[in-house]
Design a protein around this ligand. Structure first.
Ligand SMILES: [Zn+2]
Length: 133
């Protein structure tokens, strides 16, 4: 981390503290106070917690066509799931940047390697919608 990154991190922390005085809230994933998403959960969403994130890839064979390759930015659980649900259903648009940063490389790889234009499908968050898809 450079000194500029460190200064930015301190500025972001101060900005979040000031916002928390006006709009108290809690982490969308673990409930920690005063942050839309606390640092450990944000690291998990970004794929910085523990091992580097690996996109999930499944290949489904199809008759007389190239196999259908399914890719996901990560397992739909933990802070990643909580962040996606909060973004989709609770208007937590502040999570767009880390969620997009997680999805971008996976989508870029899919576009670069797909024999056909890729089809992007949002993960449904409710069991009834999962069964429907
Ligand atoms: Zn948290």
């Amino acid at each position: 981390m450079t000194s500029e990154d460190s200064a930015r991190a301190r500025w972001d922390a101060l900005r979040h503290d000031l916002l928390a005085l006006l709009w108290p809230g809690s982490c969308v994933a673990c409930g920690a106070p005063d942050r839309v998403c606390c640092a450990p959960c944000l690291a998990e969403i970004r794929g910085q917690a523990g091992a580097a994130p690996r996109p999930l890839v499944r290949r489904l064979p199809r008759p007389e066509r190239p196999a259908l390759e399914l890719r996901a930015a990560g397992r739909y659980d933990g802070a990643l799931r909580a962040g996606l649900v909060a973004y989709k259903h609770a208007g937590r648009v502040g999570l767009a940047k880390p969620l997009g940063a997680r999805l971008g490389p996976v989508l870029g790889a899919a576009i670069a390697t797909a024999p056909e234009p890729p089809l992007v499908v949002a993960v449904p968050s409710r069991p009834a919608r999962v069964r429907e898809r």
